[in-house]
Structures are given as C-alpha cells and as structure tokens.
Design a protein around this ligand. Structure first.
Ligand code: ATP
Length: 220
C-alpha cells in the first residue's frame, strides 16, 4: 500500500513552451497520476537564461500555454516569471511560491531527464531541494548513459522510490509514454508549413497561424 499523504502536492512545470506541445502535456498528466499531485502549474519563462532568444514572445508563449491547458481540470498557468521579466531562475520562482503558500504543501518541480542532467549548471541549483522535490521522467530512449559524478552523488543522497510525505528534499522518477518531440523540432516543422495536429493542441495551432509565429527565419 502507498503511504498516506497529509499535505497538498503541487506540481510545477517550468519551461520555455515555445510552443507548448504533447510532450509537456503528457509529462504533466503522467506526473499528476504517478506522484498523486493535486494540481500542476505550468510556468513559462520570461527569458530562458540557458537558451537563445526563442521564436515567440513571453506573452505569446503564456497565451499558448493557457489555450493548451484551459480545458484540463487541475492544470493551471502561472504567469509570475513572465510578469517578473528578466532571466527566469527557478530558485527565485520556488522561493516566491513557497513564500506565498507557506511551509506545508509539497512542491514538486517536474522536469525531463535532459534538465536533470543539466542541474549542476543551474543558478543556485544546490538550493532547489530546500524548496521543492524534483520529479523527473526520462525524455527518450537515448537519454541513458553515465551520470556526472556530482549528479550521481546527489541521486544517491536524495533519490527515493516514492515521494515521501514531506514538503521538499527528494528526487523521484516517474514514467511517461515516450513522446519523441521537442519544441526546436516543432518550430522547424512549423516554419516549413507543417500543421502537426497530433503534437500541438488545435487551439494552439490556430493561435500560431493567427499570429504568424515560427515562420521562415524565426524557427531557431
Ligand atoms: P526545446 O526544444 O526548445 O529545448 P523543449 O520542449 O525541450 O524545447 P521546454 O519547453 O523548456 O523545452 O521544456 C519544459 C520541460 O518539459 C523540460 O523539463 C523538458 O525536459 C520537458 N520536456 C519537453 N519535451 C519533452 C518530451 N517530449 N518528453 C519529456 N519531457 C519533455
């Protein structure tokens, strides 16, 4: 039997969402059910400090996230990074949410394994687990392979089979059906005139068309 959960569990999915796609949505659904989350908040970055300038503006990426998740119960868009502006550091966002919600709820920062492998380079990355758990899923079949020693040590110390009933501090893995798509590949396809209905919600495709996003050279 799974241990009982006494506190609210809030999943946080940060990303560029340029544009939001089936990989993000599948990840959020899988995390919600595997980690027994009460809600998932999608948090688009204002400016991704680790990525080149993206194709759509922050406001447009936020608008597309809203369109994608509006119909889904328990999924919410969180505009704080877009409103804050400047480089979006996850630790600032977690501290902000923690100050707002208090010490009780479990926060679970969700990510694909590509992001976890990158964790050592995150701004104040060492402090993330003071504010939240990390819920991680494999990004695809090709993302196995050896881990950096620092990450391997962190997983030894903080990795758990299941999310403990605590507000923060652990790393857990969950599985999701593989969705082999990235926003980068999508933007390239959209620039060629593709309309990938199976990968992007119809309302988001309509928004992309209306605002003429990702055309020609804008797909980087
Ligand atoms: P890009 O190609 O620009 O890097 P992306 O879709 O990978 O785009 P983000 O929008 O920043 O990047 O992703 C937000 C989060 O969703 C990240 O933690 C990322 O690992 C995860 N993610 C994105 N696509 C997938 C996918 N297909 N499967 C699993 N996780 C994914």
């Amino acid at each position: 039997m799974r241990p009982s959960v006494t506190r609210p569990r809030i999943g946080l999915l940060g990303g560029t969402f340029d544009p939001v796609h089936a990989g993000h949505l599948t990840l959020a659904h899988a995390a919600r059910s595997a980690l027994r989350l009460d809600e998932v908040r999608f948090i688009p970055t204002a400016r991704s400090w680790q990525k080149d300038d993206a194709g759509a503006s922050a406001e447009q990426r936020l608008a597309m996230v809203r369109l994608a998740i509006e119909p889904i119960d328990g999924f919410h868009a969180d505009s704080r990074e877009v409103e804050r502006g400047g480089p979006s550091y996850t630790i600032d966002t977690l501290e902000d949410i923690r100050a707002e919600l208090g010490a009780e709820p479990a926060l679970v920062f969700l990510m694909g394994s590509d992001q976890l492998r990158n964790l050592a380079s995150w701004h104040r990355g060492d402090e993330l687990l003071e504010q939240a758990h990390i819920g991680c899923t494999r990004r695809g079949p090709g993302d196995g392979g050896p881990l950096e020693p620092k990450l391997a040590a962190l997983l030894d110390a903080r990795g758990r089979d299941a999310l403990p009933d605590e507000p923060s501090g652990s790393i857990v893995f969950f599985t999701m059906p593989p969705v082999p798509v990235s926003a980068t590949a999508l933007r390239a396809g959209l620039a060629r005139g593709d309309r990938p209905r199976e990968l992007v919600p119809p309302a988001v495709l309509d928004y992309i068309e209306t605002h003429q996003l990702y055309r020609r050279n804008s797909a980087n």
